[in-house]
Design a protein around this ligand. Structure first.
Ligand SMILES: Cc1cc2nc3c(=O)[nH]c(=O)nc-3n(C[C@H](O)[C@H](O)[C@H](O)COP(=O)(O)O)c2cc1C
Length: 421
């Protein structure tokens, strides 16, 4: 994967007090340590910074940071967001990205999606200017990226999973690479709801982009508490309920049981007037039953899907690589699963669906839209290319123009069989 670091060769002194067999064993252990150190660096220095939204100031520049800087240096202004200083006489509207001037140079400041109707209904009671969001846990708290890309071009950002109290996250290693994706077991590392509201609320309001708060918990009360703490936080337009968490009572994932998922949905709906989106787990025995139960309990939209359970084994240590054993698989590897679930759920419910799982470009996004989603989230792709969500917006705008469509809404559910009702 592109964020992999080069490995530094380590010279090991020979210990003459040991037998050849012992030395060989030590060497093998050392190599394993070396590999794991590399994974640890990958985790701490790159993806984890993006995941937690807590940049480590003292650390050498991360690959992600370098990528963002490179993008700034090399890409045209319209691709990376607003120029840091617009030419004199040209005012830039941070919300729309439009350059308000008769000056001919203004044309170079306009974005390809301007003037193209990409507006969609993301949830009941929530329309966004375009159907592209970032996925929870893959874009920090949004503010970290805002200095480098124009986040106001996004339909919305979804923040990192927020729990009632601060959580340090899971033991190392928390990221492992896989073909076409990554496995993660970050463990909902976050500073806790009150701190998230205090620390990021003001900044969110200034970003000029809608913020959806991703809510996590281990009891129904936890979810309600987080929403209560976040109430009134500037910039927040909706809640996305991560039901891929185990219920302390019984240990079952909320999202695996239709009744439990419905109970959380009802409780959160009673706490807020904002739209409530329930994020489905593909690990449920019957995802469609969970989707139906959430709709009946009042959910305003569903996100399909969260990560797929998976595992990798370190064959030298003969142990799972991730500290927690299993983790969540994301990236292009899960896209067909996510599109299929979207397609099934779209035929079972009437509320909007947000597609997520391996979206890397506009073509992928179109698959979800045609399968019945009205919007998409871009997650893992952002680690390899922080501009990926903006490129998806540009690609969708180009598609609408090329196809001569009135709006992107014309393709939503295009691949579904005709409904009987
Ligand atoms: C590192 C990482 C952290 C994540 N953290 C969360 C989280 O806190 N809450 C949540 O609901 N989903 C979380 N997810 C799941 C993503 O939001 C998304 O649903 C999933 O990764 C599929 O999309 P993708 O393939 O585009 O990444 C996380 C995913 C990754 C890769």
């Amino acid at each position: 994967m592109p964020w992999r670091r080069f490995r530094k060769k380590v010279e090991r002194p020979i210990d003459v007090s040991k037998s050849i067999e012992e030395s060989l064993e030590d060497a093998a252990d050392g190599e394993a340590d070396e590999d794991l150190t590399e994974l640890a660096e990958l985790d701490d220095a790159t993806i984890a910074e993006a995941v937690t939204g807590q940049p480590d100031e003292g650390r050498a520049p991360s690959d992600l940071g370098n990528k963002l800087r490179e993008a700034l240096d090399t890409d045209a202004p319209h691709r990376v967001g607003l120029p840091r200083s617009a030419p004199r006489g040209i005012a830039v509207d941070r919300r729309s990205g439009a350059a308000r001037s008769e000056d001919p140079r203004a044309a170079s400041l306009s974005y390809p999606e301007l003037g193209v109707d990409l507006e969609v209904e993301v949830a009941r009671g929530l329309r966004l200017k375009n159907p592209v969001m970032t996925a929870s846990g893959t874009f920090g708290q949004g503010v970290e990226y805002a200095e480098l890309i124009d986040v106001s071009r996004l339909g919305a950002i979804v923040n990192k999973g927020t729990t009632p109290a601060a959580r340090p996250g899971n033991p190392q290693y928390r990221i492992a690479e896989t073909p076409s994706g990554i496995l993660n077991s970050i463990g909902l590392e976050n500073p806790g709801a009150a701190e998230v509201a205090r620390k990021y609320g003001k900044a969110w309001a200034e970003l000029g982009v809608a913020v959806i708060v991703n809510v996590a918990g281990y009891s129904v009360d936890d979810y309600v508490y987080v929403v209560h703490e976040m109430t009134g936080t500037p910039g927040v337009v909706a809640y996305e309920i991560n039901v891929s968490c185990p219920n302390v009572k019984g240990g079952m994932l909320f999202g695996c049981d239709p009744d439990l998922a419905a109970e959380v949905t009802r409780a959160v709906k009673a706490e807020t007037d904002l739209p409530v989106i329930v994020k489905l787990t593909p690990n449920a025995p019957d995802v469609v039953a969970v989707a139906r139960a959430c709709e009946q309990a009042g959910a305003d939209a569903l996100t399909a899907i969260n990560t797929v359970l998976g595992m990798r084994i370190d064959t030298r240590r003969r142990r799972p690589i991730l500290g927690t054993g299993s983790g969540g698989l994301s990236g292009p590897a899960i896209r067909p699963i996510a599109v299929h679930i979207t397609y099934q759920v779209a035929q079972a419910v009437s509320i909007p669906i947000i597609g997520a799982g391996g979206v890397t470009n506009a073509q992928d996004a179109l698959e979800f839209l045609m399968a019945g989603a009205s919007s998409v989230q871009v997650g893992t792709a952002t680690f390899a290319d922080p501009l990926a969500p903006l490129k998806v917006i540009e690609g969708l705008a180009a598609y609408v123009k090329e196809q001569g469509l009135a709006s992107i809404r014309d393709v939503i559910a295009a691949a579904l069989p005709a409904r009987e009702d």
